[in-house]
Design a protein around this ligand. Structure first.
Ligand SMILES: [Fe+2]
Length: 246
């Protein structure tokens, strides 16, 4: 019987300092494969350094909504200071890499999506009730996964790690490597928060029909990342990175 170990990372958001520490942790755990679920480069941090790490460790990547937004704005100037900063850091190799990222993938019978199978910006597990974030009904989650044949589905996007087991599916959100909190206006104003600055990722261990999941919460030099965000005029990102609170 062979045990298989896969590391799932997501939502790095250009935080190469966090990613470096997560990769170091992964290397100590005899992992077979690393899968990155997107939102890799967008943020007031280090998009180029993040790309170099993903490339040098052969990390399999898919696209996130923020990767798509970079591409959609390549040929005109946007109003976002951060988007313009990210664009200024990209060379033709990185742009080509972004253009070739798939929307989803299947690796070792695990279905990998950024957010949901239908959309790169729809939360798969979370919904809103009078402005508060709560878990979707399992029936609603299974409806979103109705065309997925695999039992295990991994996702990111919400930046909050979670493991949900319905009758037919095991859904794992790996959390975020690089950004432990944020606020967003869509679909309504909300805050996503981990209440700590740590870098999150997960490991899926499979042994025959048994599936175990490890949730990792990695310490790193988040102060260095926060100062980089401040240097690139994003005090809000600096606070989110330092505290995990939005
Ligand atoms: Fe994200």
């Amino acid at each position: 019987m062979t045990e298989k170990k896969i590391a799932i990372i997501s939502d790095i958001h250009g935080n190469s300092i966090a990613l470096n520490e997560v990769i170091r942790d992964i290397q100590n755990r005899s992992i077979d494969t690393i899968i990155n679920l997107g939102d890799s480069l967008y943020g007031p941090l280090d998009p180029k350094g993040t790309f170099e790490l993903l490339k040098s460790y052969n990390i399999i990547s898919i696209s996130g909504n923020q990767d798509r937004i970079i591409l959609e704005n390549l040929n005109h100037t946007s109003e976002s200071i951060t988007l313009e900063y990210v664009k200024s850091q990209l060379d033709s190799e990185i742009i080509e890499w972004l253009q070739e990222l798939p929307f989803d993938t299947i690796i070792d019978d695990i279905c990998c999506v950024h957010a949901s199978p239908q959309s790169d910006s729809e939360y798969l597990l979370e919904t809103f009730n009078e402005g508060a974030i709560c878990m979707k009904d399992f029936a609603e989650i299974e409806k979103l996964l109705r065309d997925i044949k695999q039992k295990i589905v991994v996702c990111g996007h919400s930046h909050v790690p979670n493991i949900v087991e319905t009758d037919n599916k095991l859904i794992v959100n790996s959390g975020s490597v690089g950004l432990p909190a944020y606020d967003d206006d869509s679909p309504i104003y909300h805050k996503m928060q981990n209440f700590n600055p740590r870098a999150n990722y997960i490991i899926i261990n499979t042994l025959e029909d048994l599936v175990s999941i490890e949730r990792l919460s990695i310490d790193y030099d988040f102060e260095k990342s926060a100062r980089l965000a401040e240097k690139n005029q994003r005090d809000d990102w600096a606070k989110w990175i330092r505290t995990g609170i939005a």
